[in-house]
Design a protein around this ligand. Structure first.
Ligand code: UDP
Length: 143
């Protein structure tokens, strides 16, 4: 199995509801190791840059507004097949479609306030981890 890194955000809705620890517990139970973590309050420019691939979508303005509405937690996670393993425990984008027991099924209210983000590929994960963390901030734990 390949050891991969992926990127996670606990979004403003879940931070506001004090669900940081509960969601971290899901990562650790799934065998994903947190190798970097911090709380940030995104500027409009940071949120627009992070979600640039969605800039033409109708929900882009609302997404940027939501993601800048309060602090978020950003994490780099490491583990076996981390990208897919993390997407599995995250659940579908719309919590109404998310499998029971997933993070979005248990902690999200709606498709636009859906509790957490997870990279969708190894390439996205590399870009997203680097968007928030310098190499010096990453503490690999799989050696
Ligand atoms: N989103 C939204 N409305 C939609 C689709 C997406 O507000 O109709 C938001 C939602 O927060 C989602 C993010 O845009 O998590 C990125 O969308 P994507 O399709 O990449 O879903 P994800 O990879 O987050 O499951």
């Amino acid at each position: 199995m390949a050891i991969e890194r992926t990127f996670s955000i606990i979004k403003p809705d879940a931070v506001a509801k004090n669900n940081i620890g509960a969601i971290y517990n899901r990562f650790e139970t799934a065998g994903l190791k947190i190798i970097a973590s911090k709380m940030v309050h995104l500027s409009k420019e940071q949120a627009e840059g992070f979600y640039a691939e969605h800039s033409e979508r109708p929900f882009f303005g609302a997404l940027v507004s939501f993601m800048t509405s309060g602090p978020i937690m950003v994490q780099a996670l490491e583990g076996e097949n981390a990208v897919l393993a993390h997407r599995d425990i995250l659940g579908a984008t719309n919590p109404a479609d998310a499998a029971p027991g997933t993070i979005r099924a248990d902690f999200a209210e709606s498709i636009d306030e859906n509790a957490a983000h997870g990279s969708d590929s190894v390439a996205s994960a590399e870009r997203e981890v680097a968007y928030f963390f310098s190499t010096e901030e990453l503490c690999p734990r799989t050696r």
